[in-house]
Design a protein around this ligand. Structure first.
Ligand code: NAP
Length: 291
C-alpha cells in the first residue's frame, strides 16, 4: 500500500473515493477545488495508473471488514464508490462496510451504452455466456442463438457466406479486459485480437494476438483496426462513457455485430448518480454539512 501526504491546506474529515475511473478523477478534482479533503483509493493493479489530484492510497482493504476498519480509523465523512461498473466485489464491499459503520455511501456510475439504429447487439449476462455464444457460432455457423424478444443477430465469419475467407476462424475483437481472457480460453475455431492496458495473465486463448493500448480511441483508429485484422465480431463489456465508445460507432459503420456483456447488478438500496458533478454536490454536503 502507498500513501501520499495531504496537500497543504486540506484538513478535516476526508471523503473517500473508490477510484480507478475517469469519473473518480473528475470527482477528486471537483472536491479538491472546492477545498474538501479527498482520499482516492486505487486497487493498485495497473502499471502507471492515471493519478487523481489529492491524496492517494493503493491496494485492497482486506474485504468489507478491512474497509470498515479503515473508514473508522480515518474518520471518513462519506464514501463515493466511483469504481468501474464491473468492479462488483469492491462495490459489494463498500455497501457492506457502509452498512456496518454508518458512513454515507454514494455510487457514481457513468450510464451504460444504448443500442442505436444500425447496431446489431446481442446482450449477455456474463463473460461465460459471451464465450458460449462464440463457441456455438464457431462450431455451427449461422446466427447467434435466437431470443424470444428479438430477431437473431447474424455473426459472419465461419459460415458458407464467408467461404471466400482465407481462414475459417471466427475473428473476434475482444475488449473485455486482460483478466477476462481465461473465460475465452479453450474455444476452438476462434481467433482473438485482445486489447488491454496491461498484458493478460494465463490462461489465454490459443489463437490470440494481444494489443496493449489505453483509450481514448478514435472512430478512424477503430475502423482501421477492424479492417486490418478482418474482424467479424466485437465483444465488449457495457462500460459506458466516451473513452471507449468509438469501437461501437466503427462496428455500426462496418456492419459488425456486437456481443455486449451486461453490468453486474448493484447491491440493493444503494444511492446512485451518473455524473461527477452530482457526486461532488452530495460529497460536499456530507464533508461540510450546510455546504
Ligand atoms: P473487483 O473485482 O471488484 O475488486 C477486487 C478487489 O480488489 C476488491 O475486493 C478490493 O480488495 C480490491 N479493489 C478493487 N478496487 C479497489 C479500489 N478502488 N481501491 C482499493 N481496493 C480495490 O474490481 P476489479 O474489477 O479488480 O477492478 C479493480 C480496479 O480497477 C477498480 O478500482 C476499478 O475501478 C478499476 N477498473 C476495473 C475495470 C474492470 O473492467 N473491472 C476496468 C477499468 C478499471 P479488498 O477486498 O482487499 O478490499
Amino acid at each position: 500500500m502507498r500513501d501520499v501526504a495531504p496537500p497543504a491546506g486540506r484538513h478535516g474529515r476526508p471523503v473517500l473515493i473508490l477510484g480507478g475511473t475517469a469519473e473518480a478523477r473528475a470527482l477528486a478534482a471537483e472536491l479538491d477545488a472546492a477545498g474538501v479533503r479527498v482520499v482516492s483509493s486505487l486497487a493498485g493493479r495497473v502499471t502507471n495508473p492515471r493519478l487523481p489530484v489529492g491524496e492517494v492510497r493503493e491496494g485492497g482493504f482486506g474485504g468489507p471488514e478491512g474497509l470498515a476498519a479503515w473508514l473508522a480509523a480515518e474518520d471518513v465523512a462519506a464514501m463515493v464508490d466511483a469504481t468501474h461498473p464491473f468492479a462488483a466485489r469492491m462495490t459489494a464491499s463498500a455497501a457492506s462496510a457502509a452498512g456496518a459503520t454508518g458512513v454515507p455511501l454514494l455510487v457514481l456510475r457513468r450510464p451504460g451504452w444504448c443500442e442505436e439504429p444500425g447496431d446489431a447487439w446481442h446482450r449477455t449476462g456474463s463473460l461465460e455466456e459471451a464465450a458460449a455464444l462464440l463457441r456455438q457460432r464457431a462450431r455451427l455457423g449461422g446466427a447467434v442463438p435466437e431470443r424470444a424478444d428479438r430477431p437473431p443477430v447474424r455473426l459472419p465469419g465461419a459460415g458458407p457466406e464467408r467461404a471466400d475467407r482465407p481462414s475459417p476462424l471466427l475473428r473476434v475483437f475482444l475488449t473485455t479486459g486482460r483478466r477476462s481472457l481465461p473465460a475465452f480460453s479453450g474455444l476452438d475455431g476462434v481467433w482473438f485480437l485482445a486489447r488491454s492496458v496491461d498484458p493478460p495473465e494465463p490462461p489465454v486463448p490459443a489463437n490470440v494476438r494481444v494489443l496493449l493500448d489505453r483509450g481514448p480511441y478514435t472512430v478512424e483508429g477503430e475502423r482501421a483496426l477492424i479492417r486490418e485484422h478482418r474482424l467479424d465480431v466485437l465483444v465488449t463489456k457495457d462500460s459506458g462513457g466516451d473513452m471507449t465508445r468509438a469501437k461501437l460507432v466503427a462496428a455500426r459503420e462496418l456492419g459488425l455485430p456486437v456481443v455486449m456483456v451486461d453490468r453486474p447488478p448493484l447491491p440493493p438500496g444503494v444511492r446512485l448518480v451518473g455524473t461527477a458533478a452530482e457526486a461532488a454536490r452530495w460529497a460536499c454536503h456530507h464533508a461540510a454539512p450546510g455546504y
